[in-house]
Design a protein around this ligand. Structure first.
Ligand code: ACM
Ligand code: ZN
Length: 620
């Protein structure tokens, strides 16, 4: 009843009041139900944290909170057993039967905070919500002076809409240091994202130590140089790096404490060059001149499906079983050209012996064989890029759809699970500012609002098949991203929007509410020292590059309550220029100058100037 009352009140309120409420709460991803209440709970040095001390996981979560609070406040909160509750000024973590995996309830009143969860992951998420309700200084790394540690009162019931809420990082193209991986896991967990898909092997680099095959890292983790952008030219600078097994253990343990599962991806049968350069016998042609790739793109040298290759993968995965407890293992499966298999005597014989139709079926055989091993020997469920459903399904595999929705729908209709990362909505290496002027990115324009408004399950899919959609993932490929700073810039804030896409139902999401919350979120990201993109503050030019001139251009800005002013006469826009209200018809050669203004006359973001030209439209 209370919830219904809140919804009714919310509908009657003008938008700016809602906006302020969003800042008072500002939780991302948006909780399933939040009842706003007056007043607040204030943490001070006398606040105690009560937990069932016999429950090691709940205690670990409480300890971590106490540690972080000490870092920013200097107060060392006492931890006590729940049986010794004081009358007020406490935070209680209560183990409660009956709540779903990852679900939690949170009741904040002026004298106490009560967290209820059945599983530790739910308790962990309740604390992430409390972090977001506290002032952003809670995310800092040092004492924050003159901060009142207030938590606004409310009642929250929360649980995710999707069980798989992921982010992928490609460290094959560019190696990223351990500390960056830890930072990423930390920010993911803050937003209740629970699956870190670690793309560890590529043509351009093998990034994980395998004790039985030392050349994978001695040879395979380094390349002579890298291609500069899309030029085909090399930069002459050696690039390399890999994670030792000790480092991997540290990362996996760090992730465990944050309820993030690390899914290793070992690519097969394609994207194999670095492995083949290390061990040429894994290829169809046992040549000793293979080199780790120095250019981007799809390579023809792939793994040959022979006994020694299967032995290799079984050995590699056996070592990984000791490192990655994840129930999901990713085996790639994408972009495997058939050229070498077509010319290989062994491959052609195998096709005949197995009675296969062609090389496409040979790929299915390869993947199915690895799936069987991973399931039988490791108890793993295999994920693969959506090629693994081309030409017939491999039983028990989960299809990671990246080329639109058709293969995800096909998977669901044949009762196979799927995870959605379709490039147009989920590839974080795409542009987030105007592709005509932003530093080189991959093909398309993917602004924050488009990321946010994506919903993984197509309307056309029968309701009974929805359960096969496990969730959704943002994917960052790193051909053009050579360092953590740039990776952060490309990921954030879009990955934050994604956390809401995968946590919330379609009905729960609200772009306008989300962009208001981003103002508080940016402050949290500042304390986390994240180098996020500032595209949020700038005017966006929305138009169809394929439409002939004159064409319609719509201007939008993510920053809430900013008005857009523009000129077409070359003058700098002011609040006396044209206020943008409807799309503008532009001719070839027209220049729009524009910027967002707040009501107080201050500008937000960059002053932009854009010339509309056919040559740019053709290039993108
Ligand atoms: C992919 O983008 N090749 C998975
Ligand atoms: Zn072969």
């Amino acid at each position: 009843m209370r919830n219904i009352c809140f919804i009714l009140i919310a509908l009657l309120l003008p938008m700016n009041v809602l906006a302020n409420n969003n800042l008072r709460y500002g939780i991302i991803p948006r909780p399933a139900q939040l009842v706003e209440l007056p007043g607040s709970f204030t943490l001070n040095k006398k606040t105690v944290v009560a937990v069932d001390l016999d429950n090691a996981l709940f205690k670990e979560i409480a300890d971590d909170f106490i540690l972080q609070f000490k870092i920013v406040s200097g107060h060392d909160l006492k931890i006590i057993n729940t049986s010794l509750l004081p009358t007020s000024n406490f935070i209680e973590l209560k183990t409660t039967e009956g709540l779903a995996d990852e679900a939690y309830q949170l009741i904040i009143s002026p004298d106490k905070i009560t967290i209820k969860a059945s599983k530790a992951n739910g308790a962990f998420y309740a604390l992430q919500t409390i972090y977001q309700l506290l002032p952003p200084e809670i995310c800092g790394k040092q004492i924050a002076k003159r901060v009142k540690w207030e938590v606004p009162c409310c009642e929250i019931q929360d649980a995710p809409h999707f069980s798989y809420r992921g982010l992928m990082l490609d460290v094959g193209r560019h190696f990223m240091p351990k500390d960056f991986i830890l930072k990423l896991i930390d920010v993911m967990s803050m937003h209740k994202q629970n699956m870190f898909h670690w793309h560890l092997t590529e043509d351009q680099g093998w990034r994980i130590e395998i004790k039985k095959y030392p050349r994978l890292t001695e040879i395979g983790s380094f390349r002579k140089e890298s291609e500069i952008g899309k030029t085909g030219k090399g930069d002459g600078i050696p690039h390399g790096g890999f994670y030792t097994q000790e480092e991997v253990k540290e990362i996996v343990e760090y992730a465990r404490k944050r309820y993030v599962t690390i899914i290793p991806e070992i690519e097969l049968p394609g994207h194999a060059t670095a492995a083949i350069a290390s061990y040429p016998h894994l290829a169809c042609i046992e040549d000793t001149t293979y080199e780790v790739s120095t250019t981007w793109g799809i390579k023809k040298d792939v793994f040959c499906p022979k006994a020694t290759t299967f032995q290799f993968f079984e050995d590699v995965f056996t070592e990984l079983f000791d490192l990655f407890p994840s129930p999901y293992y990713h085996i790639g499966g994408d972009e495997c050209p058939r050229d070498r298999w077509k010319a290989c005597e062994h491959c052609q014989d195998l096709i005949k012996i197995l009675g296969l139709k062609n090389e496409d079926e040979l790929q299915i055989f390869f993947v199915a064989r690895m799936e069987k091993f991973l399931r039988e020997k490791g108890g793993k469920t295999v994920l693969g890029w959506d090629e693994i459903i081309d030409g017939g399904a491999v039983p028990n595999t989960v299809v990671m759809a990246y080329r639109g929705h058709a293969r995800a729908i096909r998977a669901a209709r044949q009762n196979q699970y799927t995870i959605l990362t379709p490039n147009r909505w989920c590839y974080l290496d795409y542009y987030q500012e105007d592709p005509d002027t932003e530093e080189l990115c991959m093909f398309l324009f993917l602004p924050l609002e488009k990321v946010y408004n994506y919903y993984p399950i197509p309307d056309t899919l029968e309701h009974s098949q929805h359960k096969y959609f496990l969730g959704h993932q943002g994917s960052l490929w790193t051909e053009y991203i050579s360092n953590p700073d740039r990776a952060e810039y490309m990921m954030f804030p879009r990955a934050i929007a994604m956390s809401e896409v995968s946590w919330c139902s379609k009905e729960q999401k609200n772009w306008d509410s989300f962009r208001h919350k981003m103002l508080k979120e940016f402050s949290r990201l500042d304390y986390k020292e994240i180098n996020y993109s500032k595209a949020f503050y700038n005017v966006i030019f929305n138009y169809d590059r394929k439409e002939p001139f004159p064409k319609k251009v719509a201007l939008t800005i993510d920053y809430p309550e900013a008005d857009i002013y523009y000129t077409l006469n070359g003058k700098e826009p002011t609040m006396k220029s044209t206020l943008y209200t409807d799309s503008i018809l532009v001719n070839e050669g027209d220049v729009i100058k524009t910027v967002g203004f707040l009501k107080n006359g201050k500008t937000v973001g960059k002053r932009l100037e854009k010339k509309f030209e056919i040559k740019n439209d053709v290039n993108h």
